[in-house]
Design a protein around this ligand. Sequence first.
Ligand code: NAD
Length: 443
Amino acid sequence: MFDSNNVAIIGTGYVGLVTGACLSEFGLNVICVDSDISKISLLNNNIIPFYEPELKQLVEKNRAAQRLSFTSDIKEAIDQSTVVFIAVGTPPQEDGSADLNYVLNAAKSIADCMNEYKLIVIKSTVPVGTCKRVKELVSNILKERNVRVEFDIASNPEFLREGSAIRDFMHPDRIVIGFENERAKNILKDIYNVLYLIDVPFVFTNLETAEMIKYASNAFLATKISFINEIANLCDEVGADVHDVAKAMGMDGRIGKYFLHPGPGFGGSCLPKDTRALLDIGKNFGAEMRLIKAVIEVNESQWKRLLEKMRSFLGEFQNKIITVLGLSFKPNTDDIRESPAMKFISYLIQEGAYVQVYDPVSIKNAAMLFSDNSRITFCADEYEAAKNADAIAILTEWNQFRHLDLNKIKTLMKDKYFFDYRNVYEPEDVKKCGFIYYGVGRK
Ligand code: NAD
């Protein structure tokens, strides 16, 4: 019988840190490792390196209870743990394939220092076959070291959403566990016992299937978004209202109401990279992913289409002042990776516009990317961002943008164009305030 109470998590990003904090909240002893020393030093001072609601309280509470600790010394973490989760990044490479170097390096570090049984759990999103590759790598290193210890590999993909990560982890729709033997299965069942007891559904399957489930799920979500964006674009042309179309479609239990919100396209650190990686996996195995290819194409043209819509109202962008509300790829996160708002802003600047930007939490991240650019101004609030603007565009549906003082905004602006790229307003309400309104697929 192995002690599954002691857990190490490698990588303290959005997934690793949330996993560590939540497992310690379940009562396990968790040690989180990151190769980024500055991150570890922030965490050791109760400072969360990124924005995620409720995470700070959870980290503080479990550190105080001495169930959660942080280190940059991987040996220290491995020595005191039986279960080791790998939750490092798997960013896209130039050709769209997932960069597995971080995962393989983490696996190598484990193999370099393990001296007794470990269960290595891959939580990062990895192409089918990676668990087996990690198993081979670890076996080879142990052989080279002439160390005879047993270990198991399991796959446990993560489905949390940034912005609601704690709730998603604590109340998941399902837990997926890919395993090779009963020992690994039982340890992971033990780890997630709290969720098992509250009837969260568990899917136990083989390693390859677990790896595939994650890509198939993300690709399907991306498909829903590209689908509704195409329908919205058609609604634009034929005078239909996509809001009502999506609502009525969603009432059909076979379709479901989620992920049917038109906008500037999907972004973030998961859907764009995972759809591209799935294309690459298909290519490698001779199974062309034609549908996913189309989903990506639609997504890549969507933000450009919305920009062209803006140009059709404003004329050329040269010296126009555009207010952009929202930088993150979705609300309640400061993650600007592959955010449509960032692509929008870069394009507007390149076309000679001045951009006045406000976001409740992402300005610091964006400011690092646009450091010396005099054409972008980061503002203290929505109203400062609206001053003298020719047009205002909502790119992220933060709740606070749903209740703007439209009359005040109108008075502050030079012209009256309102681009509601997240469809958060009723068109008539905005028009009543004297704006020319454009929503996505609704007039
Ligand atoms: P992230 O980039 O926020 O964090 C990764 C962390 O791993 C970084 O802090 C980095 O310093 C650390 N790291 C890299 N190599 C290391 C090593 N060898 N040793 C120790 N630390 C190391 O990544 P993320 O967004 O948390 O994503 C992690 C994985 O989870 C990815 O595969 C991603 O696709 C998947 N995932 C992400 C989300 C999400 O919403 N972010 C959701 C589900 C799944």
